[in-house]
Design a protein around this ligand. Structure first.
Ligand code: AMP
Ligand code: ZN
Length: 496
């Protein structure tokens, strides 16, 4: 089966056919860096990291653009409230760019801990002011935007006369209008759904730029249109982000691009569902966000213990990206066990050599082969990581059974064994980006310490001090470490 992706725009799973195969252009709305990213944001970025990894694994050459919003995002999604960066900078009495730098650095650190690959390009809104001004000017020239005293608004009703504004969420303009408040006397925009492309800055506004309409700063939505066009062209393959962005931010992006270039930016719109806490969306503004470091240290009143980055990554993979995922201690504890089981199986299969070279195919071979093939089929079915994990667990059971001699390895042919090994390792490491957290260096240290104890025991034995030699062996056994006399006279250890 070839790759099929659910497209928010068509509301169906579509066969993925890139515009310029093998090249794929993918744009994902990145973080607004006025505060730390919370775990909800991380869910979206981890989901797209896996999508990026799988597209590359499938042979595509992906240009993955994920922006940094470092200007122009007001508190309300519809141009109300204060500038988020300016507010924070004023509170802390620092430069707005210090806020941007601090949270960009911390975002990168979080992405590194979660083992997310870097995007190909990470453009910032402040680095693309000229492109945003240019695009705004073109939209004015095409008659879809108007100026009111230095602020430029997109004319939604006029646009909707030519193209359906609510196309992404399948809503008619009348329905959308119902959800907005009536314009009051102080409102300068002409229509209730009109949104700002460029906002006039008051003299005290901290970040402002010169434009044909005076000093100001860009609206939030125009940045993604301008930057995706610059790096991926006016039409590209995939545009992604969290589901909360579809109704406003992405709807406005489509309108801007259609108005400017007469084409919708992306062929496929992908939206990740929300991470929730007790059923409520985790969000910065609601203040119910768990921060990654609170999770890694366990330092949060609602957390029973600390959870490692890989446990959290695994926890997220257990649910399909289009389903909501509720955050709880129980679910994380189960994920911790599941992740460890998978990693144990991977260590075993990585180091296991099949003694006998079989070539004939048994029933067990067919069973293993199907489990492997299904992993790719499931991933090709709109990136069903949850079901792939279920298959990997079945493979893990086989791996444990092989290790414990409960499965007759003579029933497994060499090619199928090799296939099981590659599928297992490729999915866990390359596609899912899961890493063993017991780093090699700590394993090496453990080995050194155990060799020391083994030598002490040897010396004790040589001096006929059997009490000490037995004590070492028994106490290690109590800790789950078994010493084994090898045929060549050396002593090895393993964890039981
Ligand atoms: P923001 O920094 O708020 O602009 O959000 C960055 C990204 O995280 C966007 O793609 C959002 O759609 C996404 N996002 C925000 N909250 C959540 C959540 N609770 N669960 C999943 N994704 C989210
Ligand atoms: Zn965006």
């Amino acid at each position: 089966m070839s790759l099929h992706i659910y497209n928010t725009l068509s509301r169906t799973k579509e066969k993925f056919e890139p515009l310029h195969a093998p090249h794929v252009g993918m744009y994902v709305c990145g973080p607004t860096v006025y505060s730390d990213v919370h775990l909800g944001n991380c869910r979206t970025f981890i989901s797209f990291d896996i999508i990026y990894r799988y597209l590359k694994f499938s042979g595509y050459k992906v240009r993955y653009v994920r922006n940094i919003t470092d200007a122009g995002h007001l508190e309300g999604d519809r141009d109300e409230g204060e500038d988020k960066f300016a507010k924070k900078a004023r509170l802390e009495q620092v430069e707005p760019m210090e806020i941007v730098q601090r949270y960009t650095t911390s975002f990168h650190e979080v992405m590194r801990l979660f083992n997310c690959e870097n995007p190909s390009i990470e453009p910032t809104a402040t680095g693309h002011i000229l492109e945003q001004i240019e695009m705004t000017q073109t939209i004015i020239n095409k008659g879809f935007a108007y100026e009111v005293d230095g602020t430029i608004y997109f004319d939604v009703e006029k646009y909707n006369q030519q193209k359906p504004y609510g196309i992404l969420t399948n809503r008619k303009l009348e329905d959308l209008l119902e959800g907005t408040r009536e314009l009051g006397g102080q409102d300068e925009k002409h229509g209730r759904l009109d949104f700002a492309l460029w906002i006039k800055a008051k003299p005290e506004h901290l970040m402002q730029w010169q434009s044909p309409w005076g000093m100001g700063f860009p609206g939030w939505h125009i940045e993604c249109s301008a930057m995706s066009k610059k790096y991926l062209g006016s039409q590209f393959d995939i545009h992604g982000g969290g589901m909360d962005l579809a109704a406003t931010h992405h709807t406005n992006e489509i309108a801007q691009n259609e108005a400017c270039y007469n084409t919708s930016p992306a062929k496929v719109w992908m939206h990740t569902n929300m991470l929730t806490v007790n059923g409520t969306r985790m969000s910065k503004s609601l203040g119910n966000g768990f921060l990654p470091h609170e999770l890694f240290t366990g330092n949060h009143p609602l957390l029973e213990k600390a959870y490692s980055p890989m446990t959290v990554r695994f926890f997220m993979l257990q649910t399909h990206y289009r389903s909501t995922l509720d955050f709880s201690n129980e679910a994380l504890q189960a994920a911790e066990k599941g992740f460890q089981r998978l990693m144990n199986a991977m260590e075993i299969i990585k180091n296991y050599e099949l003694g006998i070279k079989n070539s004939s195919k048994s029933e067990l071979d067919f069973e293993i082969e199907k489990l492997c093939d299904d992993c790719y089929e499931l991933m090709n079915d709109d990136f069903n990581t949850a079901m792939v994990l279920a298959n990997l667990f079945e493979l893990a059971s086989k791996i444990f059974a092989i290790k414990n001699n409960q499965l007759d390895v003579s029933q497994i042919s060499s090619t199928i064994f090799a296939k099981m090994k590659t599928t297992f390792v490729d999915f866990i490491e390359t596609i899912f980006g899961l890493q063993n957290e017991n780093s090699n260096s700590s394993n090496d240290k453990l080995d050194e310490v155990l060799q020391l104890l083994i030598n002490l025991r040897k010396e004790a034995k040589a001096k006929k001090d059997f009490a000490t030699s037995d004590l070492i062996r028994n106490q290690l056994a109590e800790k789950g470490i078994q010493l084994k006399d090898e045929k060549d006279g050396t002593i090895s250890w393993n964890v039981i």
